[in-house]
Design a protein around this ligand. Sequence first.
Ligand SMILES: [Zn+2]
Length: 124
Amino acid sequence: MGEQKRKLQHFISEHKKCIFCGGIVDATTIEHCPPRALFQNRIAPNSFEFPSCTACNNYSSDEDLIVAVIVRMGSPEHGDLDGKLQGMMKALNRQRPEFYKSFLPSAIETRANNRQDGIKPGQE
Ligand SMILES: [Zn+2]
């Protein structure tokens, strides 16, 4: 048995009830708050772990991804040290395309950016 699985089983044996649904279903996963995706290489403080059933944990995964992308994009110098932002953006496009599109510049913003950078229409 791997270290992660052993840690999960030990944690769940001590914390049996899901923090979201109150134990209607036994906890089977560890919910990380704030989400691990916020941290470079997904290394988060251990003290922010809570028992969760799979359904409840999965229910918040899209929102965790949205928050992580926003936080990482807001810190250009430190937000993508682990090189995972591009993959997170692809996942966001698959899971929540309406949010992904909201990160893209409008046609007006693109033209303004192009003017600022000296790029003219039709130029390659
Ligand atoms: Zn639950």
